[in-house]
Design a protein. Sequence first.
Length: 129
Amino acid sequence: MSSESASSGMAQKEINIDLVDGKLVIRESAAVMVDMTSPKLNIGKLYESLFSDVDEPISMEVKYSNALKSDRKAVEIANSIKTIIDDASEKINDDLAIFLASSGENREDDQVEEDEHDKGSGLMSQPER
């Protein structure tokens, strides 16, 4: 899904938006297109296609094709899509950081409980004299 960036330690994903036959096309998501004559974005499909398999903090870089850059209206819509992607990435990264931190604490708590249990059971398993 993504490649690991050595410099940031965060997974990277490139999102390419193109203008094809009067439609904005997100290359990484065949299900997401925006018709320029009646621009409507299905946010659910966008999230599903870009974020459904995200399980670690990720940086998404949104790039525009040259064809898109030459159309002012397309750039405005693409900028809105980029803002949605950036905001979602930030929220997901924040939530993942909290989740990963709390699951790490839970693993440490489980280890402490196991260690205490092992100490207690060691006393009970000593042979009688």
